[in-house]
Write a protein that binds this ligand. Structure first.
Ligand SMILES: [Zn+2]
Length: 93
């Protein structure tokens, strides 16, 4: 178990599945503040590492799917969807 995972599970009193990672949101592995930690699946972790970006996990309000999102875009897209398709559906709500 990684130190980040240990911190996360003891702070939130929850289990993180083996396949999931506790990720440092800002990419700084020394920054173990609880607000810098998020749980992401192994797939997303690889995506994130590949992009070397600060990414957060959001749940799509339309289809409920998890997706990664650049928090820098939150100012222009405060309630993002997983895809253009879901965005189109939401614009008709
Ligand atoms: Zn969606």
């Amino acid at each position: 178990m990684s130190y980040a995972k240990y911190l996360y599970t003891s702070y939130y009193c929850c289990d993180v599945p083996k396949s999931d990672h506790v990720d440092h949101i800002n990419g700084d592995k020394m920054d173990d503040r609880i607000e810098n930690l998020q749980v992401i699946s192994g797939t997303y972790n690889r995506l994130k590492d590949h992009k070397h970006k600060e990414m957060i996990i959001r749940i799509c309000p339309v289809c409920g799917k998890e997706f990664i999102f650049d928090p820098k875009n939150l100012s222009t897209h405060p309630n993002p969807c997983c895809s253009r398709k879901c965005g189109g559906i939401k614009s008709h709500w």
